[in-house]
Design a protein around this ligand. Structure first.
Ligand code: ADP
Length: 378
């Protein structure tokens, strides 16, 4: 379409095309009837023994008149039918397209509630379904963007409020400038900078900016290293830490060892935080179909079913006050899952419920050409 030229109406176009087809059909019939009709009619009359010229001429006129009348009526009916069909079809099309257009306008203005009704033709119904799915997704993205901003404001406000109180107390002479005040201020600054780091990492992982150094890696070594790093902390808190390597053949995962070390470190820190003194945490390496699994399970607090799907969201804490006091930013699992997904893997959690412990499973792709032995571990 050339710029500035308005496209024609759908009804007019459909009507014009239907009338065009009817006229072409009628013209063809007129031409065929005019060329082939009279000689055929005459031949049939003569075969039947009618040779009188007046009778033949009279019959010919009657034949021509009847033929033209039939064609004229037929053409009028076809044109009327074309108009009715065009108006009905375009009426329906127009209703569906207008609904879609209105809904799209609402969405572009930031109102994500409007949905379009399913149309009665398959193609329009598919279009309406796809549109509604897109609107649902956009509404979800918008909702999580708003929640993220609210949570972020809340997370920043808490340490800022502590710093404000501390500075005011210093000004009023309620507390002396000294180690105690510096300790309060520096711990809150630490908290804000940890939050900024964590958020930066989730965004980087989710946007694929992590620059992973992927290479075939022995998952037993990954698990062993993570256990070695965490061992001291576990001993201090008197929580048993057990490693169960995969011993049923060679296993290799496509992984960035440093990033996976970070995920396992986070899972182990969480497990330790949520397992009481005398409890136990197990790190198990499993072969799981075309994936390699690294499991961290504990027999501690457990997670209630209603929280299980949410713990991977940014800032989600099951017990906000207590978990915040432990120093977590509520972003650890979001980072871990984003890293797992950046690897083409997944991080999931199961728990029988409160008091029954939890199991976190990190699944990674097997390194190419290493699918020799598959013994799924239960
Ligand atoms: P944080 O950094 O604050 O620990 P995470 O994203 O790592 O946040 O964890 C989110 C929430 O999931 C935590 O607040 C905690 O309630 C819950 N959680 C994580 N790991 C475990 C676990 N092993 N057992 C029980 N709850 C857990």
């Amino acid at each position: 379409m050339s710029p500035g030229r308005q496209p024609g109406s759908l009804t007019t176009r459909l009507l014009a095309s239907q009338i065009g087809v009817s006229v072409a059909m009628a013209l063809t019939m007129v031409v065929v009837a005019a060329v082939a009709g009279p000689p055929l009619f005459k031949a049939h009359m003569q075969e039947a023994g009618h040779t009188s010229p007046e009778l033949l001429e009279h019959s010919q006129v009657a034949f021509d008149t009847a033929g033209m009348l039939a064609l004229g009526i037929g053409l009028a009916i076809a044109a009327t039918g074309a108009i009715i069909v065009s108006v009905l079809i375009t009426g329906r099309l127009r209703r569906s397209l207008t609904d879609l257009g209105e809904a799209a306008t609402h969405i572009s203005e930031g109102d994500y509630r409007l949905r379009v009704a399913s149309a009665d033709s398959r193609e329009l119904a598919t279009l309406a379904d796809s549109f509604n799915t897109m609107a649902d997704k956009l509404a979800g993205v918008e909702q999580s963007r708003r929640r993220l901003l609210t949570d972020l404001a809340h997370e920043i406000r808490t340490p800022l409020a502590s710093m404000e109180i501390c500075v005011e107390s210093l000004e009023d002479g309620v507390i002396e400038p000294g180690p105690e005040a510096w300790q309060i201020l520096s711990s809150q600054i630490d908290r804000i900078s940890r939050l900024a780091d964590d958020l930066g990492q989730v965004s980087a992982a989710e946007e694929g900016r992590l620059n992973l150094d992927l290479r075939p890696t022995d998952p037993n070594v990954l698990a062993e290293t993570a256990v070695l790093v965490a061992r001291d902390e576990f001993e201090r808190k008197q929580v048993e830490l057990q490693l169960h390597p995969y011993l049923d053949g060679a296993l290799s995962a496509e992984a960035d060892p440093a990033r996976i070390g970070q995920v396992l470190g986070n899972l182990l820190a969480n497990a330790l935080r949520h397992t009481p003194l005398g409890g136990r945490v197990d790190v198990t390496v499993i072969a799981d179909g075309d994936k390699v699994g690294l499991q961290v399970s504990d027999n501690g607090d457990g997670i209630a079913a209603e929280h299980l799907s949410q713990i991977f969201e940014r800032f989600y804490r099951v017990d906000s006050a207590r978990d915040r006091d432990h120093g977590g930013t509520g972003v650890g699992l979001a980072i871990s899952r984003a890293i797992a997904r950046a690897h083409g893997g997944e991080l999931s959690a199961i728990s029988e419920g409160l008091g029954s412990g939890s199991t976190f499973t990190l699944r990674l792709s097997r390194a190419a050409g290493t699918s020799e032995k598959l013994h799924p571990t239960p």
